[in-house]
Design a protein around this ligand. Structure first.
Ligand SMILES: *[C@@H]1O[C@H](CO)[C@@H](O)[C@H](O)[C@H]1NC(C)=O
Ligand SMILES: *[C@@H]1O[C@H](CO)[C@@H](O)[C@H](O)[C@H]1NC(C)=O
Ligand SMILES: *[C@@H]1O[C@H](CO)[C@@H](O)[C@H](O)[C@H]1NC(C)=O
Ligand SMILES: *[C@@H]1O[C@H](CO)[C@@H](O)[C@H](O)[C@H]1NC(C)=O
Ligand SMILES: *[C@@H]1O[C@H](CO)[C@@H](O)[C@H](O)[C@H]1NC(C)=O
Length: 291
């Protein structure tokens, strides 16, 4: 018996709980903190708190971190080698502010050259992410094109975070755009104040873990469908065909094409369980998909 599209009547309840696992290609994440004089001492501490909060949220994944500060010059305080999985909070806390000018583009160049390198503990196969924090416009904008071209060649994904109302201006926003990877909507963030950095953590975590698609997620979902009773649901060919139809439907709705779908057998050895409901018979089962 062949599966046909008209038999694919309903999918219900594809939301589910998600468990994340520490696997995948890995993420090497560098923070580039603005230590220029325009950042008040209190705000520099808030910036470090943001860096710690974001690091803490990403620690459960296959991640490594580096902490860098820029002002007139660039200081790599903690490279990927030096990052300590226990004790990293102190590593961030002990960074003291330089407090001079703002040479953001030069800092990006330094990080791309010196930090995203195996000599600094960058892992060869990990995805590379640079998060640039800035409170204002830099004095070396002409260096952006070469710095970001170099970053692109080394596959470094860049997030630009502008802090403060200076980014209400078009030219300051343009600068964030020159720092960040494109599209702007995914990689440029603006907040009104240092305190407001807190509000972007969850969306940054989501972007970093989902857009980079390096985090393997296993999701178990329960699907309820109506099928033509003449099918032999014990037939693996039929099972595969149904799964394939589900996959095609989900892909239409944005399921990444590298997702694996498979059935889960219940303790009784069966995938499908009948549900007597109204006049129709619905088959219940569980499916498992892996991202
Ligand atoms: C974590 O990422 C590293 C770097 O790409 C990779 O070599 C390693 O296999 C990953 N670990 C797991 C458990 O997937
Ligand atoms: C960048 O990514 C491309 C495509 O995945 C790959 O072919 C290339 O080797 C990568 N370059 C570096 C420097 O990792
Ligand atoms: C950091 O996390 C703490 C605890 O969740 C929160 O109170 C604080 O507002 C966060 N700060 C920043 C800047 O993210
Ligand atoms: C079930 O499938 C058979 C064969 O394709 C068809 O003749 C029958 O009308 C179908 N029944 C329903 C309820 O769709
Ligand atoms: C599949 O086979 C089992 C016995 O192995 C049987 O109990 C069950 O009703 C069958 N299911 C269907 C849908 O044919």
């Amino acid at each position: 018996m062949k599966w046909s599209a008209i038999h694919l009547l309903t999918f219900i309840g594809l939301t589910s709980c998600v468990t994340s696992e520490l696997t995948g290609q890995g993420l090497d994440i560098a923070f580039l903190m603005d230590g220029s004089g325009s950042v008040g001492a209190d705000n520099f501490i808030v910036m470090k708190t943001f860096v710690k909060n974001l690091t803490a949220s990403l620690l459960e994944f296959n991640t490594s971190f580096a902490f860098v500060q820029y002002s007139s010059g660039t200081t790599i305080h903690v490279n990927f080698h030096q990052f300590q999985r226990t004790g990293w909070e102190n590593q961030v806390d002990s960074i003291s502010q330089i407090g001079s000018n703002t040479y953001t583009a030069g800092a990006i160049q330094t990080v791309v050259n010196d930090l995203f390198d195996s000599s600094a503990g960058a892992r060869p196969n990990a995805h590379r992410i640079l998060i640039v924090l800035t409170d204002g416009q830099s004095s070396d904008t002409s260096t952006y094109p070469s710095a970001t071209a170099l970053a692109d060649r080394k596959n470094i994904t860049r997030y630009a975070i502008g802090i403060g109302n200076v980014f209400d201006s078009q030219s300051a926003t343009d600068e964030l755009r020159s720092i960040a990877s494109s599209p702007e909507s995914d990689y440029v963030f603006k907040v009104d104040s240092f305190e407001a950095l807190d509000k972007i953590i969850s969306s940054l975590v989501k972007r970093i873990t989902v857009i980079e698609a390096t985090v393997m997620r296993r999701q178990i979902v329960r699907v309820e469908l109506q099928v033509n009773l003449t099918f032999d649901l014990n037939n693996t060919v039929v099972q595969d065909e149904i799964l394939n139809q589900i996959k095609l439907k989900l892909q239409e709705q944005g399921l990444p094409s590298n997702t694996k779908l498979s059935w889960i057998k219940q303790p009784d050895g069966q995938i499908f369980h009948k549900k007597y409901n109204e006049k129709s018979v619905k088959e219940q089962k569980k499916s498992k998909d892996e991202f």
